[in-house]
Each structure stands twice: as C-alpha cells, then as structure tokens.
Design a protein around this ligand. Structure first.
Ligand code: CTP
Ligand code: MG
Length: 166
C-alpha cells in the first residue's frame, strides 16, 4: 500500500518535473540581480502593478529554457510536452502574481495556496494533451506540490538564496 503510493508519487513528480525546475529557476538564476520587469513597470486599471517587480523577463525565459531542457532530456521525442510544462509553470506563476496584486498583496508577501498551486495547475492544463494524467495523478500532484513548494522555499531561505522563508 504505502509502497504503491510512494511509487505513484515518484511517477507524478517525474511527469511534471520540467514545471518544478522552471518554477525554481528564476529564484536561483536572478537571485539579487535585477532583471527587467515582465510588466514593464506598468500599472493595471486599479492603479496597482500588473505583476510587480518580482516577475522578470530574464526569470521567465530562464524558467522556460532550463525547464524545457530538463523535459527534452526526459522525453526527447516529445518536445511539446517539455515546452508546455515549463511555459505553463511560468505563466501560472505570473498569473498568481497578477491575482495577488489585485488582492492587494504586495510583491514578496505570501499568499497561501496561490503561491504554491497556480504554477502547477497551469502547467498541467497546458501540457494536458502531451502528458498522460489520470484524475488521481492530478490530485496527487497538487497535494504534493503544496508541501514540496513550502519545504523547498524554506531550504532556499536557510541557504541564503531567498530573503523570506515562503
Ligand atoms: N523571479 C523572477 N522572474 C520570474 C519569477 C521569479 O526574476 N518570472 C525571481 C524574483 O527575484 C522573485 C523570486 O524569483 O523575487 C521569487 O519568486 P516568487 O516568490 O514567485 O516572487 P515574489 O518576489 O514572491 O513576487 P510575488 O509576490 O509576485 O509572487
Ligand atoms: Mg514569493
């Protein structure tokens, strides 16, 4: 039983690995360097930042390229899978920031669930036709992504890569 579940979890992580890698890349690559804001510092109609300065063009591209490379190494005959998983992760991450700004949550402040789930949901949706997901897989992926995201962010904080532990 437990062994089956662990096996299933490992398979699920493998299925969405490019999305995880893409999501972690901007943080590692950009770190304290300043990139160019993905929203060009523009305000939305509510006069608040569209995305905020935490989303950069460099981070977005780094995520797609490195996540994409991981995906290509996993499934060389399925380039579109690699691309949709990494692009989906970066789009979902940016959509999360867009929603946070609309909810008046400042850049870098935590938004429970939104911070952990948006990137993986959009990655699954975009890659849906190019990777096989059962409903059970999707439930497992979302359920493990939340604690995994929280744990990796804490580790990044303790390693000094991240300024805040969330
Ligand atoms: N990052 C980036 N470009 C992206 C995504 C992330 O440069 N497209 C970098 C930024 O330095 C960002 C860090 O990775 O601060 C951590 O990402 P995240 O936690 O998603 O951003 P936040 O700064 O928390 O901003 P937000 O509140 O909008 O989520
Ligand atoms: Mg954050």
């Amino acid at each position: 039983m437990i062994q089956d579940l662990i096996e299933r979890i490992v398979v699920c992580i493998w299925k969405v690995l490019p999305a995880y890698v893409a999501n972690a890349c901007p943080l590692i690559i950009i770190r304290n360097r300043k990139g160019h804001p993905l929203d060009f510092n523009k305000k939305f109609i509510d006069n608040k930042p569209i995305l905020g300065s935490g989303k950069t063009i460099e981070g977005f591209i780094a995520g797609i390229v490195i996540g994409g490379i991981v995906g290509v190494l996993q499934t060389p005959s399925n380039l579109i899978r690699a691309f949709t998983l990494s692009l989906g992760a970066m789009l979902g991450d940016s959509m999360g920031s867009f929603i946070k700004r609309r909810l008046n949550i400042e850049r870098g402040k935590p938004a429970p669930l939104l911070d952990q789930v948006m990137f993986i949901l959009v990655a699954i949706i975009l890659s849906y036709r190019f990777e096989t997901y059962t409903l059970k897989d999707i439930i497992i992926i979302v359920a493990i992504t939340v604690p995994l995201h929280i744990a990796t962010n804490r580790i990044a904080y303790f390693l000094g890569i991240k300024k805040v532990p969330w």
